[in-house]
Design a binder for this molecule. Structure first.
Ligand SMILES: *Cc1c(COP(=O)(O)O)cnc(C)c1O
Length: 374
């Protein structure tokens, strides 16, 4: 049978693999996708129900109510916002918008798993710069920027390691990037940052028209299933990018839910604060049982297990817990509900006991495991 000729970029693309067991009949505890552990607030459910009454109508393609709310919340003019069906849709738009023969995109690695896929789909060459001590090596990233570079992505905090770049480092980095190159700050987890040294890309927007900042309603706002995210850019850049958004791609339900979530900012912030507390609790409990892990500023923790990543992830699944595994590098675990976190802590502690019997009470030393930073 002769099949239609599809592009090589598409044919050679590895498909996205959800973590083991996540979509099975009896789903495990969901700690693989950095979702919010909280059910939607009643006010959001009401807004969604109301929006559904007009599901026979197309949504507002300009997302005007949501844009107005965002502009007010950030004190940034409306013309600087572009709303998309999740940050992922906006990332795809950004990669497409720089796609020209020879165009390159520089980003850290490991980082968000979608960057290489979107680059390849857009025909953009990926330049990956390895993390150092699980964090962005901004000076090496700047070294790799050439006249072919059209896009640099800084995932801050970085997914999957949770590390952040300091404001000073970012300032130095930005001064080395030519104004013709887009600098994208992917700040999907920014609401969870408590490190005072960190600076949002939003602070650089007024002085750097090539800076684009991405935020999402999927993580802190707990609306991953509805698909809404946005970017902030210079007005001229936002106007160009807006032309590339698929009309009606942000559903009326997603728009209504996002607006409602912003009106419930206080409750949302309380939930984020509780997740930040849980993050410290899980981190401390892991460290007490001998785990070494970098400081995370996101709603997940990173276990740099290197070669042991697959066996640990598989062990978690046998214990009814889904985590995200990065072969040869580590395992990312979402900070979820207290009950799910406790189940994970029990599984993690049991795994260490089995690897080195007799090494309980926080004395554990797993000889095969390379420690963080080494
Ligand atoms: C989760 C995540 C996103 C958000 O994706 P949405 O499409 O908005 O759900 C973007 N960037 C990173 C690094 C993420 O981890």
């Amino acid at each position: 049978m002769t099949l239609p000729h599809l592009s090589e970029a598409l044919r050679t693309l590895p498909g996205y693999e959800p973590s083991e067991g996540v979509y099975s009949f009896r789903p495990p505890r969901p700690l693989s996708a950095n979702e919010s552990a909280y059910d939607p607030l009643p006010g959001i459910t009401e807004a969604v129900t109301r929006a559904f009454q007009t599901a026979n109508r197309y949504p507002d393609p300009g997302c005007r109510t949501l844009t107005r709310a965002l502009a007010a919340a950030h004190d940034i003019p409306e013309e600087q916002f572009v709303v998309g069906a999740g940050t992922v849709a906006l990332l795809q738009l950004l990669f497409q918008s720089i796609s020209e023969p020879g165009a390159e995109a520089v980003y850290a690695w490991p980082s968000f798993e979608l960057y290489p896929i979107l680059a390849q789909l857009a025909g953009v060459t990926s330049i990956r710069v390895l993390l150092v001590d699980e964090a962005h090596d901004l000076s090496r990233m700047a070294d790799r920027v050439t006249s072919r570079t059209r896009l640099v992505v800084i995932c801050n905090p970085n997914n999957p390691t949770g590390t952040v770049a300091s404001g000073d480092e970012l300032g130095r980095f930005l001064s080395r990037i030519p104004p013709t190159c887009l600098i994208v700050f992917d700040e999907a987890y920014y609401e969870f940052v408590r490190e005072h040294d960190t600076r949002s890309g939003l602070g650089f927007c007024p002085t750097h028209p090539n800076v684009v900042v991405l935020r999402t309603f999927s993580k802190a706002y707990g609306l991953a299933g509805l698909r809404a995210g946005y970017l902030v850019a210079a007005p001229e850049v936002a106007a160009e990018l807006r032309k590339g958004v698929l009309p009606y791609s942000v559903s009326s339900i997603a728009q209504a839910a996002a607006v409602a979530a912003m009106e419930l900012q206080e409750q949302i912030s309380e939930r984020v604060g509780a997740t930040v507390c849980e993050r410290a609790r899980v981190r401390d409990a892991l460290r007490r049982t001998g785990w070494e892990l970098p400081e995370s500023q996101a709603n997940f923790l990173w276990l740099p297990l290197r070669g042991q990543a697959p066996s640990f992830a598989h062990w978690c699944i046998t214990q009814g817990i889904a985590v995200r595994m990065f072969p040869g590098r580590g395992v990312r675990v979402t900070v979820g509900s207290a009950a799910d976190n406790d189940a994970f802590l029990a599984a993690a502690s049991e795994w260490r006991k089995r690897l080195s019997p007799g090494a309980e009470d926080g004395q554990t030393a797993i000889h095969e495991q390379k420690t963080y930073g080494s």
